[in-house]
Each structure stands twice: as C-alpha cells, then as structure tokens.
Design a binder for this molecule. Structure first.
Ligand SMILES: Nc1nc2c(ncn2[C@@H]2O[C@H](COP(=O)(O)OP(=O)(O)OP(=O)(O)O)[C@@H](O)[C@H]2O)c(=O)[nH]1
Ligand SMILES: [Mg+2]
Length: 327
C-alpha cells in the first residue's frame, strides 16, 4: 500500500467510511506508528457509537462461522458491520488468516462489511491495544456493529472479549469436557453462552454442564443470568435466538449504565500504560541490559521482584527522549 493518504485526509477518509482509508489506518495502528497514534487522536471524539460484540471460545469452536452468520443477519437489517478476527496462530504460518478469509468470504464484496484479521504478536499486551484500536477505527468509520473474534486461550484474548459491550462465549460438545478445556476466567466473562455445533452429540449435556456451573455462582436477584443458546453455525440454526439474547442483554445493560464502558476504558488505559512503560524501558536500557538481568535471574543472583524494582527505578529516572506520537 502506498502513502496515498496524508494525516488529515486519512482521518477524513476513515470518518467517511472509505474502506481503503480504514485498511490503511488499521495497518498504521497495528504497526504502532506515530501516524497511527495521531490518527486515533483525530478520530477518537467521533467514536463510541458502535455496538461491540466480543466472541471468544476454544480453537475451532466455529466462532468465525458464527460471526459470518451473525454478520449476514445484521446486514439484513441494513446495519453496517466491522469484524476484527484475531489470528490465533503464529504470524509465520498465516493459516488461520486465510481460514477466516475463506469462512467469511461471502461478505468480502459487501461494502457494508469490513473484515480484518490480526496476528497475535504477543508483545506487551499489544494485541489488546491493536484490536481495541481497530474497533475504534471501525466505529469511527460508521460501522453499527463491530465484532471481535478471539480464541479464548490466553488471558489477553479473554480480556479483549470481556471488554466488549456484549461478551459471547462459544463452547462446543466436542471439546472434551468443554468447560474444563477453557482458560480460567472465560466462563466468568460470558454475558451469553453459545453451544455451537449443536448438531453433534453431547450438546444437551454441555448445556446442562454450563447451567450447573452457573448455578454455583451467587448472584443478586436482579443480576443478569447468562442465557445459553444452542446454534449450528454452518446452517444458521439458532442465530435469530442469539440475536434476540444480544438485544435482551443490551436492554439490561442500558438499565445498568456505565460500569462496562468504564471497565473498558480502564482496561485500555492500563494496557496502554504497561505497554508504554515497557517500550520506554526498551529505549532507556543499554543494549543487552535486559538479557543481562535475565541471566542474573537465571543464575539466581537476583530475584524477579528485585529485578523488577531495579528496572522500574531505572525506567523512571532515565531521561526520556520523546514519547511516540506526543509531537
Ligand atoms: N458440525 C458443525 N461444524 C461446524 C459448526 N460450526 C462450525 N463448524 C465447522 O467447524 C470448523 C471450524 O470452524 P471455524 O468457524 O473456523 O471455527 P473458529 O472457532 O473460528 O476457529 P479458530 O478461529 O481457528 O479458533 C469448520 O470446519 C466449520 O465448518 C456447527 O455448528 N456444526
Ligand atoms: Mg476463527
């Protein structure tokens, strides 16, 4: 892609919903460029309108197929949809990126749908920041609904779904014991459970298991109890029911305003701060120093707490050149 956009024309392009501008903007934020930061600053006041759906669950649960179906249904109502699919595989294979492309292929020619795959890079929680930023860009570009698909295996991925307006946890009868196979914390974040691949044996048993696990939770009488929706994403069965539950949750959330939105803002701020801190450390430490500290830890010369305290101290007091994007 060439530099066809200047800073302000890029922001204008994003706000006008130009898919080329949106794609360019996403690349800039994904690559953590100062231009990406400037763009986000420019568009931020125009965000906050889109509904954010987080979809998470074990690998291969049918999340992309479900997102594709959901996208189709939402499009029927004339609403524009943005999809950010976090590629669970290493950036070197690229396999799942292609997989998502294929599975959501039928929407690629629809101008009302924008789909983006993002690679897991695992750098300082950069993934959460990048997906959050991508969602902001889609929001600014006028998408009514933004769906973020992540595999519920790492804490970061789970938290991404948890900070959406609606967190949808997709489980399948085949994933062994289903519930146990998941990273701790996934069950807790669900606003809605989906038992996908309900055409397979064991779907009802899984529904009972989920219900049993939920029954153990103590909840206030007026607290939201996550419903369990059975779906077959390949045929679209259960998708209207899922949409109805999403709508029902929205009504509930609207009656208890603020908490989730604030939670999301707090999460983003923490992510950004920890990332900025580690970036700063990278800049101020002499070359090889990081490795030396790790060597000392490996040799048991210094414990991790003292090492962290030492690095904190140095990062705080070293002179900082200029923060990226602060100009
Ligand atoms: N039998 C059955 N197969 C399904 C269903 N939904 C999805 N699949 C199949 O399950 C496989 C994985 O589907 P995906 O949509 O790629 O699953 P995913 O959760 O997005 O996978 P990752 O993103 O790689 O974690 C595909 O072969 C789908 O066709 C379903 O309801 N029933
Ligand atoms: Mg997928």
């Amino acid at each position: 892609m060439t530099a066809a956009f200047t800073g302000s024309s890029l922001a204008a392009g994003v706000l006008a919903g130009d898919p080329r501008a949106v794609a360019r903007a996403m690349s800039l934020v994904e690559d953590e460029t100062p231009a990406g930061v400037r763009l986000l600053r420019a568009i931020f006041p125009r965000t906050g309108r889109a509904q954010l759906l987080g979809v998470t669950g074990p690998p291969g649960a049918g999340k992309s197929t479900l997102v594709d179906r959901l996208t189709g249904e939402i499009r029927q109502d004339g609403q524009a949809v943005g999809v950010v699919a976090v590629d669970p595989t290493s950036p070197f294979t690229g396999g799942a990126v292609l997989g998502d492309r294929v599975r959501m292929g039928r929407h690629f020619s629809d101008p009302g749908v924008f789909i983006r795959s993002m690679a897991t890079r695992g750098n300082y929680g950069g993934l959460a920041r990048a997906t959050g930023d991508a969602a902001l860009i889609l929001d600014a570009a006028g998408k009514d609904v933004v769906i973020i698909e992540t595999v519920g295996v790492g804490q970061g991925e789970v938290e991404i779904a948890a900070t959406a307006d609606v967190a949808i946890v997709v489980l399948v009868p085949t994933s062994g014991d289903g519930i146990q196979a998941l990273k701790a914390g996934v069950m807790e974040i669900a606003d809605i459970f989906v038992v996908n691949q309900s055409d397979l044996d064991g779907a009802d048993r899984l529904v009972q298991n989920i219900a049993a696990s939920q029954a153990l939770r103590t909840a206030a009488p007026d607290e939201w109890r996550p419903p369990i929706v059975k779906t077959v994403a390949t045929t679209g069965e259960g998708i209207p029911e899922l949409r109805a539950e999403i709508a029902r949750f929205q009504v509930h959330a609207a009656a208890t305003p603020g908490s989730r939105m604030r939670g999301r803002q707090a999460f983003r701020l923490r992510e950004l701060l920890s990332q900025r801190f580690l970036e700063r450390l990278d800049r101020v430490l002499p070359a090889g120093e990081w490795e030396r500290v790790i060597d000392r830890m490996a040799a048991r010369e210094i414990d991790p707490y003292s090492a962290a305290a030492e690095l904190m101290e140095r990062a705080m007091h070293a002179p900082e050149p200029t923060l990226p994007g602060s100009a």
